[in-house]
Design a protein around this ligand. Sequence first.
Ligand code: HEC
Ligand code: HEC
Ligand code: HEC
Ligand code: HEC
Ligand code: HEC
Length: 249
Amino acid sequence: MPQLFNAATNSYARGSLMAFASLPVLAILVGMTLSRHSPNTRQNIPLEQPVPFSHKHHTIELGIDCRYCHTSVETAADAGMPSTETCMSCHQHIWTNSPLLDPVRQSYAENKPIVWTQLNKVPEFVYFNHSVHINKGVSCNQCHGAIQDMQIAYKSRTLFMSWCLECHREPEKYMYADPANKELSPREQVFNLYVKYQKDASRHSLSGMEMNLIKGAEQHALSTKEGRELVKARGIKKEQLTDCWICHR
Ligand code: HEC
Ligand code: HEC
Ligand code: HEC
Ligand code: HEC
Ligand code: HEC
């Protein structure tokens, strides 16, 4: 009787079995890579909004404070989104004919809020709180990039767990200090994103460091020692910050 299977078949069989067994693993890996690819996390992509609202225009150029529109950022979990009335407090008088503002006027007339496209979101099972971070002196720019320099806003951090943990492990590396004076007054500095620009009539009189501040480029790096002192001075409970229950409660 002729041989039905030659010697090589064995290794084919083994090979294909292994390939088959590794399929789920491969699928998970591909799935993970795809779901974390920027089109899905929508990182760095300005998304369409009902009104082409410019942060750059309203913050750096007009000098409106973040808290004028995101009113609860210091006191609550949510930062809060501006109501149509907030826009109309100015746009009842300014640019009253601009077609770009049609949806704002319509929302006002019909008493229906504008539905903005959401950029940043953590899953339901994650607890996040703005006020805690703001009160310990974490700047908006650490988590949102240089919003004050964006024409159309985009999400600029992944908001992955690993990203949160990077800072929670070593908050001393991410604390903001005013580059001009190393005296650390965290709370006031959080909103000091572009006041220097407003004070100076022209950008040319700004130092490179101040310019970086406006652009939200990484802030004045503290030495490890300064950082540790700062974390202590602010009463940050570093030891607990990586416990699962902090974010999953
Ligand atoms: C005049 C009102 C106004 C001011 C001032 C303002 N914002 Fe906004 N902000 C908006 C509006 C409207 C949106 C929604 C449209 C958009 O995403 O651009 C928004 C969206 C955002 C988002 C994205 C929200 C999401 O969907 O995840 C962030 C982050 C943000 N603002 C941060 C800031 C920061 C930081 C400042 C100060 C530097 C600031 N804003 C100042 C009106 C304002
Ligand atoms: C404190 C006053 C103030 C508030 C509040 C304000 N704006 Fe404005 N906005 C302005 C001014 C001033 C300009 C135009 C200035 C210029 O052209 O130099 C402007 C321009 C605009 C433009 C550009 C219009 C065009 O035709 O180019 C849009 C769109 C706009 N604002 C939307 C909004 C929205 C949406 C809100 C509410 C979330 C808002 N603004 C809140 C003062 C304000
Ligand atoms: C430690 C990181 C961090 C800091 C600092 C931070 N944010 Fe956020 N922000 C987030 C996260 C995470 C979300 C998504 C929250 C969610 O899904 O509930 C968010 C969402 C938002 C939103 C959308 C509305 C909301 O509340 O969900 C706005 C507006 C916003 N942030 C504005 C600001 C402003 C203004 C500042 C500074 C004063 C700031 N953020 C500082 C991480 C941060
Ligand atoms: C740039 C630094 C930084 C980043 C990024 C950051 N955090 Fe924090 N977080 C802090 C600091 C500082 C504290 C304050 C700790 C304290 O008060 O002792 C804190 C505290 C917290 C707390 C404790 C709140 C409480 O009630 O005590 C939670 C929950 C939290 N962060 C969630 C998150 C989540 C979720 C993310 C990511 C989406 C995140 N943080 C990203 C720096 C950061
Ligand atoms: C500083 C906040 C923070 C802490 C601390 C934290 N997580 Fe998370 N976790 C997140 C965020 C944000 C997400 C959602 C984003 C993501 O999936 O990366 C998440 C997602 C998850 C998921 C969903 C699976 C996934 O990767 O999408 C699991 C499981 C999880 N966390 C388990 C844990 C465990 C176990 C611990 C303790 C060792 C822990 N987490 C500590 C913020 C945190």
